[in-house]
Design a protein around this ligand. Structure first.
Ligand SMILES: C[S@@+](CC[C@H](N)C(=O)[O-])C[C@H]1O[C@@H](n2cnc3c(N)ncnc32)[C@H](O)[C@@H]1O
Length: 244
């Protein structure tokens, strides 16, 4: 898939050989490594309090109701992969993507004897740079990747002094990775007012801001009644259609 931001490409071309650009690139690489290293550390140290140890209950309910698109499914930031295995069947081929080597190793271990093993795979890659050979009919996002996008935004801000379109990097990726008419499911947490973080508060408007420009329309946004523990009352389920 092509980078849809010609300005970015132009800048890359222009500044490619300047020493300033090289030093910025080095710094950028450093920040990026630091960012992925933080997730890797969580996995290595077993600091994975987000892991329910089972598929997300509301996902199971959606699967039971049979309202989800069939075909190719992406679970970005899949962690231990419980949701990947739950979705996989002869009608849905699922790719679980995670930036952490240890996370992916764990997911492969847990799922190695699954009867649906031929309907899923785990790939270690960064959601923001990964280039799949084929795009998807359904994306299930339960990651707080908007925060990830914020981190990336800082990188890009540093890179090209606030290119406004890069603010939508998370939304851009969803648009690039989803087929027209495909569905994106987002579990949005925490949506309550809280001090400090992480995780930091998100609102439905935050998601709309980055999805609307890419032609995503909300089919439904509801409270997730099946949210677990502290997430109950603070989590929303969003179903979005890619209409452009
Ligand atoms: C909060 S955990 C959620 C894991 C899983 N979805 C769950 O609900 O159990 C976020 C996961 O996203 C992964 N991750 C973070 N940034 C990523 C990126 N840019 N690309 C791919 N995976 C990423 C982390 O390694 C981590 O496993």
């Amino acid at each position: 898939m092509e980078d849809k931001n010609p300005k970015m490409e132009d800048r890359r071309g222009e500044e490619n050989h300047s020493p300033i650009f090289s030093s910025k690139l080095e710094k950028l690489q450093g920040l990026s490594d630091e960012y992925s290293g933080r997730w890797e550390k969580c996995w290595e140290q077993g600091d994975t309090g987000w892991d329910l140890g089972q598929p997300t209950p509301v996902l199971l309910q959606l699967l039971e109701k049979e309202t989800l698109p069939k075909g190719r499914v992406l679970v970005p930031g899949c962690g231990a992969g419980h949701d990947v295995v739950a979705i996989a069947n002869p009608e849905r081929y699922v790719v679980g993507l995670d930036i952490s080597e240890t996370g992916i190793k764990r997911a492969r271990e847990i799922s190695s004897s699954s009867p649906s093993a031929k309907y899923f795979e785990f790939i270690e890659a960064d959601f923001f740079t990964w280039r799949p050979t084929e795009i998807f009919d359904l994306i299930f996002d339960y990651t707080g990747l908007l925060h990830v996008a914020d981190v990336n935004m800082e990188l890009y801000r540093f890179f090209c002094a606030i290119e406004p379109r890069m603010r939508a990097s998370w939304g851009t990726r969803m648009h690039e990775l989803l087929k027209p008419d495909g569905e994106l499911i987002t579990l949005m947490y925490p949506t309550n007012d809280r001090d400090g973080g992480p995780p930091f508060k998100v609102s439905v408007a935050d998601f709309e801001e980055v999805l609307h420009p890419w032609g995503f329309k909300a089919i439904s946004i509801i409270d997730n009644e099946l949210a677990v523990g502290k997430r109950k009352g603070n989590e929303k389920l969003g179903r979005w259609k890619r209409c452009l």
